[in-house]
Design a protein around this ligand. Structure first.
Ligand code: RB5
Length: 150
């Protein structure tokens, strides 16, 4: 199951991305926001990142105005690899090198057409493993060390 959320700055793009996912036959759970009222992106980033971190959702998509705030929130959660993507290249790299389980986009920086293409590229790309897996293992080790200290 896929999960998606945005703040007001990403609402319009979220609706467009949902349509693209559904056209591809992907079941996506929308965690809001539901209208253009100003909301706080951490509240929505948390919903998606918690679900991916806990294994309740396989993959997530987060959208705020720039994607920056959502990235900061999502990467606080253990096991989350949230990648802020802005073009075809970063979309592909986010899977091939980083095996991102959440992608983050900016509603004020990416068009609907670009966002849908980036989602397709991310889904179709394959993680390369090898040296990239070793790097992800290092990140996981850092996470474990930090959680033991707390
Ligand atoms: C909201 O105005 C804006 O700050 C938010 O959408 C996001 O861009 C934060 O990083």
């Amino acid at each position: 199951m896929f999960i998606i959320a945005s703040d007001h700055g990403g609402l319009e793009l979220k609706e467009a991305v949902k349509q693209c996912l559904r056209k591809r036959g992907i079941d996506v759970r929308d965690q809001g926001t539901i209208n253009s009222d100003s909301v706080d992106y951490p509240d929505f980033g948390e919903k998606v990142a918690r679900a991916v971190s806990g294994g309740e959702a396989e993959k997530g998509i987060l959208i705020c105005g720039t994607g920056i705030g959502m990235s900061i929130v999502a990467n606080k959660f253990p096991g989350v690899r949230a990648a802020l993507i802005s073009d075809d290249f970063t979309a592909r790299m986010s899977k091939e090198h980083n095996n991102a389980n959440i992608i983050v986009m900016g509603g004020r920086t990416s068009s609907a057409e670009q966002a849908c293409r980036m989602v397709e590229i991310w889904l179709d790309a394959a993680f390369e493993g090898g040296r990239h897996q070793a790097r992800l293992d290092k990140i996981a080790r850092i996470e474990q060390e930090l959680s033991r200290q707390n």
